[in-house]
Design a protein around this ligand. Structure first.
Ligand SMILES: Cc1cc2nc3c(=O)[nH]c(=O)nc-3n(C[C@H](O)[C@H](O)[C@H](O)COP(=O)(O)O)c2cc1C
Length: 341
């Protein structure tokens, strides 16, 4: 199957809230939540996507004629390209009941491993979500990153025990999930954390800890001081707060402040290998792509994931070769420019 055919096939398999658009740019879904859209005005996801389109790549073919190497090593694991499938929770509610979180992750985790990348998994109110995700990661040699909601210490410890059993090579926490309605007012309290509270949680984890949902230099410094091995510069696809800037806009200042101390991932509207190249040129070590993987699985399960990852790699490789980068380390900020037209 071609990637376009996978996206088209997904249309027949999804509920009414996602239109499985040729390019997932946030426009058709707007503010549909439940659904794959963004909070409030619904502009957050659109802004994320458009910020990458406002960057252009600088072509230079007077370079050594060698094949570009897209491999990336993070936390002791080597991946085919610097891309992770982002966590998406409650897929049945947002995309239709062909899959639920258990059946979705049961396809996503091995499919990503097979394609040479790894998947982050989501979390929710139902204990089964984390139990099943960590079980699937265990069955796939620990190649997956469970993303735990910002629960209090007790619940974190219960969930982290499952992570340990799975031998996942890293763990994440989406600290920005405090903007989701279902985390408000629950007992024990979950949501926002001080640097000291985050530090205590990170100290309980014996694998690299990734703090997802950082949008400011202030936040990045607190995550670093709390002991995070990495952050994901992310506004949760515009789903937790309206009026936020695009992740691409804040990425350079965050890289400048903490890029030497920790790994920096970024997500939000990254859709192509060229977008991945731009993110690395702005200083990211790797990217997460979330919504498009849902369409690939609803469209063609494992094959959908393989076809998409193949496409991303071929686009990234082509951009690297055309801009004079022989490997990821040679992608530099002078290889992109802001559009002025
Ligand atoms: C329906 C839906 C559910 C999501 N669930 C989670 C989640 O459980 N945990 C999480 O960290 N992020 C979650 N996200 C946010 C994504 O991981 C990602 O940060 C965001 O969608 C931006 O990336 P994208 O533009 O590639 O989709 C969810 C996003 C969507 C659309």
């Amino acid at each position: 199957m071609k990637d376009e055919e996978v996206i088209q096939a997904a249309r027949g398999n999804m509920g009414p809230l996602c239109k499985s658009c040729p390019v997932c740019n946030g426009k058709a879904c707007g503010n549909t939540m439940p659904g794959p859209g963004a909070k409030g005005s619904g502009l957050g996801a659109i802004r994320n996507y458009e910020a990458w389109q406002k960057l252009y790549v600088n072509m230079d073919t007077l370079t050594e004629n060698v094949e570009a190497d897209t491999t990336c090593t993070l936390f002791g694991k080597t991946f085919r390209l610097p891309v992770f499938a982002g966590p998406v929770g409650h897929v049945d509610l947002h995309y239709g009941d062909k899959y639920d979180d258990v059946s979705y992750n049961d396809i996503l985790i091995p499919a990503c491993k097979e394609a040479g990348i790894a998947a982050f998994t989501g979390d929710g109110m139902k204990p089964l979500t984390m139990e099943a995700a960590t079980q699937a990661i265990a069955e796939n040699d620990g190649i997956g990153i469970p993303t735990i909601k910002p629960w209090g210490k007790e619940t974190f410890l219960e969930k982290f025990a499952l992570v340990q059993k799975s031998h996942a090579f890293a763990v994440a926490m989406d600290v920005d999930a405090s903007g989701l309605p279902f985390l408000k007012g629950i007992v024990p309290p979950a949501g926002r954390k001080t640097e000291a509270e985050l530090k205590e949680i990170i100290s309980l984890a014996d694998v690299p800890f990734i703090v997802k949902g950082i949008m400011t230099v202030k936040g990045a410094i607190k995550a670093r001081n709390a002991g995070a091995a990495a952050i994901v510069v992310s506004n949760h696809g515009g789903r937790v707060l309206d009026g936020v800037p695009a992740s691409a806009t804040v990425l350079p200042e965050i890289v400048e402040a903490v890029g030497k101390d920790m790994k920096i991932f970024v997500d939000g509207g990254i859709r192509s290998g060229t977008d991945i190249f731009k993110a690395l040129a702005l200083g990211a070590d790797a990217v997460l792509i979330a919504r498009p993987f849902v369409n690939r699985i609803y469209g063609a399960q494992e094959e959908g994931v393989q076809v998409y990852v193949d496409r991303l790699q071929s686009e990234l490789k082509d951009t690297m070769e055309m801009c004079g980068a022989k490997d990821l380390a040679s992608i530099t900020s002078d290889m992109i420019r802001k559009s002025t037209d």
